[in-house]
Design a protein around this ligand. Structure first.
Ligand SMILES: [Zn+2]
Length: 128
């Protein structure tokens, strides 16, 4: 099991108080990106600073998938979360997902993705 190995290098950091998403903010136009990038697609600038994104957001939509894939056991729920920085993050949604409604407050948490022994460290959102 490789649940300390991130599913996507540079997407997040594991901190003592939980995971944090890594992003970039353009110093010229303030556009925010996740994952990090070196060029702003909004203004073409290359002066971006590394930032940690908010751990709390609002659920924009989600769906539960009942068909397993080569890398995911079913059922699992995924969705889009709107962060205060103005960007939308796609992520697994875990916890009491049946009670979740659009606009619900969610918070970032650590999880794993994969099947069986082939699991990698990841992040998800859970009801706040
Ligand atoms: Zn920019």
């Amino acid at each position: 099991m490789n649940d300390d190995v991130p599913f996507h290098a540079g997407a997040f950091e594991s901190m003592p108080d939980g995971p944090v998403l890594l992003g970039s903010r353009c110093r010229a136009c303030a556009q925010v990106y996740h994952p990090r990038t070196s060029t702003c697609l909004n203004c073409g600038g290359a002066d971006l600073e590394d930032i940690h994104l908010s751990r709390r957001g609002r659920l924009e939509c989600c769906t539960t998938v009942y068909m397993p894939t080569a890398t995911m056991e079913a059922p699992y729920t995924v969705g889009y979360v709107q962060l205060p920085e103005g960007l939308r993050v796609f992520a697994p949604i875990q916890g009491a997902t049946a009670a979740l409604k659009v606009g619900a407050s969610v918070t970032l948490a650590r999880c794993t993705v994969g099947r069986g022994e082939k699991r990698l460290a990841a992040y998800c959102f859970v009801p706040a």
